[in-house]
Design a binder for this molecule. Sequence first.
Ligand code: NAD
Length: 288
Amino acid sequence: MNTNQMKKISVIGAGAMGSQIAMVCALAGYHVCLQDVSEESLGKAKQSLEGHMKRRIDKGKLSSEQVDDAFSRLELVTSLEEAVNDTDFVIEAIVEKLEAKRELFAAVDKLAPAHTIIASNSSTIVSSKIADATERPDKVCNMHFFNPALVMELVEVVQGPHTSEETAQLTMELTRSINKTPVLLKKEISGFVANRILGKLMDEAIYLLENGIATPEEIDLACTKALNHPIGPFALIDLTGIDVHYYVRMQRYEETGESSAKPSKTVTELFEKGELGRKTGKGFYTYS
Ligand SMILES: NC(=O)c1ccc[n+]([C@@H]2O[C@H](COP(=O)([O-])OP(=O)(O)OC[C@H]3O[C@@H](n4cnc5c(N)ncnc54)[C@H](O)[C@@H]3O)[C@@H](O)[C@H]2O)c1
């Protein structure tokens, strides 16, 4: 199969990532089915995408015709069967919990056609931890987008030892066809490349905060004005979600058993208070 023969892409999980990944695919011309177990998440996804698209039309980046066409190709459903029973490619973007992903992959494996590739957008979990929940491990890989997916160009495609060359190449081709830049990693490592580098920066930022050296505002300012980063580490954690950051670290801690991998005291406190960043209106910063 090649991407010209792909009729339908299914994105599972309509949260921050899944909603925008689905829109990226619909804008590129694919028929897309976005599935979530929660009606509320689907409602929020639709509303958020309409807002993003309106801003792009207002700025002249997209025409209203392009946006209408894309929305006409985007279907939102709660039924997993409806989402995947005739799909060519599945991108999983559900909660960052290994057991939940394994259950989902097993369910998709039973419902989707035999040729369908199932890729995970997980930030940390390598697909070899999931592939054996299916009977098609050769068609399982990682396809890691960055937040916000509508904007960020890179996609890390990770070929595990079980992933066939054909699956890796088709995932690379699909990534290019949705106007993203893919990088193919032929060796699995938890967290992949970009986030491992970012993790070191985040650790140092939190060390400076927890030791009273500087505030989140000051650290973010140092990163944006001295290092020329487009966004500081605390503003970025708020954007990606304190919960996502927390789960990623817990996942790494469970994998390595190293206490240094655990989420920091500050992140754990915010997570327990439900202050998850932009999505809840409060994290390191307060949003109106
Ligand atoms: N947030 C980021 O910056 C970011 C970046 C890259 C990758 N990721 C990865 O993307 C995935 C999703 O992250 P997110 O930030 O979009 O999370 P999110 O919490 O915003 O959304 C997750 C969605 O999945 C839905 N869901 C949960 N279980 C489900 C199931 N079994 N079937 C269908 N839907 C289900 C939830 O209802 C929710 O709408 C995670 O694996 C995360 O590691 C996140």
